[in-house]
Design a protein around this ligand. Structure first.
Ligand code: SF4
Ligand code: SF4
Length: 484
């Protein structure tokens, strides 16, 4: 009997430093995947478990779910499956997971099941199961065919777009809740609007998240890294670690990442506020209220551990490396590891290692320096540890600030933030159509996002809090008009 199993009947004390809740990503099939995306850093993690068939046993499954539910003091617990590719486990594994969750959930506790997949193996059986148990399924798509097939390849080097679209059709057929997880990389970085429109109009996606691809390399690893971290035959894969100051040719440009986001924001703010959920836009608005639900832009982190197939727990999905292994759930309870000084320091370091540039940055409260894994550049003062994506993050947070502030004020008055669309339409009418579009595309506004001004689509809207404190927001009646 494992130590953790022997704890079954003993009430778990609340440990100092243990977070009330956390978002654990479990990898039941380890790093094993049925395709071979060129930029996938996780495929290399097989090197951590040589000669092992990476499949979570039923014993580990039960231990994991029991400890996860015991460790939470929040009303909702997310059980999140990821990979590698989790559909490589049989469906019976997840049927059992649901049974175990129902067995151990505490009175009043609700469970959200989430599942990240490349979509290739989705069929009637999988989607019937997802629908029956209200799974939220994340589907990995990088854009229309030409863009998606740049890096999301099968083992023979062929694009996977058609197969993924079959999986998407299955999700639609069974009305499974799904979101699109799109990486932002060198192939799609200049096509934010096209990518967004494809998801919205062709895939009918109502939830999307955009994740920047930043693959670090050293002088010694860059050549093989550019080939996809392995030789031509897909062998001799390097173990990816967060080291090096160089990036692969697939990596998104720092400033371009911000432009990609602003490009989408300019579309969203005119047409889709309230009907399409874009994760970063939502958490940015939330940050105006001082709350941060996404670790990357929170002041500290450390509440997003990753669980390997054998029960090994790591500080974060991006740090599945020997140095960041916290222990194994068969030996130490998950809550103890989450409360450990090692893990708390991991999270606190995010704040404590900010550069001087970040500390004086005007959008620091929104950005908080970004993810530590991307902090390998020099700051404007020449200080090491600046986020590689900084110029893009600064661009995004600065450009979106007027609109975000307006939505913040609308919400404070219990008004729908979607009113920003009417305000924006009114501002657009007064813009110079021949000036550059504010999305940063270098195109005229009239042929880009289609407005009538050259600086920001929100010029002329007074977004200072003092103004709104005296304004009657019910007076937001005509496009662009805020009547005090
Ligand atoms: S290292 Fe990055 S991804 Fe991991 S928990 Fe911290 S902010 Fe989140
Ligand atoms: S925008 Fe750049 S300087 Fe500002 S907090 Fe973010 S990473 Fe730091």
């Amino acid at each position: 009997m494992s130590i953790a199993t022997s704890q079954k009947r003993r009430p778990l004390p609340v440990l100092n430093g243990a977070p009330p809740g956390f978002h654990l990503l479990a990898k039941p099939s380890g790093s094993t995947c049925n395709i071979n995306c060129t930029y996938c850093f996780f495929l290399s993690k097989e090197a951590l478990y040589p000669n092992e068939k990476s499949r979570m046993s039923e014993d580990t499954l039960e231990e994991y779910i029991r400890q996860l539910l015991e460790s939470h003091r929040t009303p909702q617990v997310t059980i999140a499956w990821q990979g590698g590719e989790p559909t490589l486990m049989r469906l019976d594994f997840f049927r059992r997971a649901v049974e175990i969750a129902n067995k151990y959930k505490k009175p009043g506790q609700t469970i959200l099941h989430t599942f990240q997949t490349n979509g290739i193996l989705l069929d009637d059986e999988w989607c019937t199961f997802f629908k029956e148990h209200n799974f939220l399924v994340g589907l990995s798509v990088d854009g229309p065919r030409e863009i998606h097939d740049a890096y999301r390849l099968d083992r023979a080097g062929r694009g996977t777009f058609d197969k993924v679209m079959k999986g998407w059709e299955m999700l639609r057929k069974y009305k499974v809740d799904f979101n699109i997880l799109c990486t932002v990389n060198a192939a799609n970085e200049k096509h934010g609007r096209a990518v967004y429109r494809f998801f919205r109009d062709e895939l009918h996606a109502e939830w999307m998240q955009f994740i920047p691809i930043v693959e670090r390399a050293t002088k010694d690893t860059l050549e093989i890294a550019n080939k996809g971290w392995a030789d031509e035959a897909g062998r001799n894969r390097l173990l990816y670690t967060q080291t090096g100051h160089l990036v692969t040719e697939r990596t998104v440009g720092g400033k371009q990442y911000g432009k990609f986001l602003v490009d989408i924001f300019e579309e969203w703010i005119r047409h889709d506020v309230g009907s399409v959920y874009v994760q970063l836009f939502d958490v940015t608005l939330e940050a105006y209220f001082g709350s941060h639900s996404l670790c990357i832009h929170a002041p500290t982190c450390g509440n997003g551990p990753a669980l390997e197939h054998n029960g090994d727990l790591y500080s974060c999905d991006h740090y599945v490396e020997p140095k960041y292994k916290l222990g194994n759930i068969h030996e130490t309870h998950m809550q103890d590891m989450m409360a450990s000084s090692e893990q708390r320091k991991f999270g606190q370091d995010k704040q404590d290692t900010l550069t001087a540039q970040c500390k004086r940055c005007e959008v620091r409260n929104l950005c908080n320096g970004g993810c530590p894994k991307d902090r390998f550049s020099l700051s404007r003062d020449g200080e090491p540890g600046q986020n590689y994506l900084c110029s893009g993050l600064e661009y995004f947070y600065t450009r979106t600030q007027p609109a975000m502030r307006t939505m913040y004020q609308l919400l404070q008055r219990n008004l729908p933030p979607s009113r920003i669309m009417a305000i924006t339409a009114g501002e657009d009418e007064r813009r110079d159509p021949e000036k550059p579009c504010p999305c940063g595309s270098d195109e005229q506004f009239q042929i880009c996002h289609g407005g009538l001004n050259n600086v920001s689509p929100f010029d002329g809207v007074n977004t200072e809090p003092a103004y709104y404190q005296t304004a009657n927001m019910e007076g937001v009646s005509a496009p662009g008009q805020i009547v005090p």
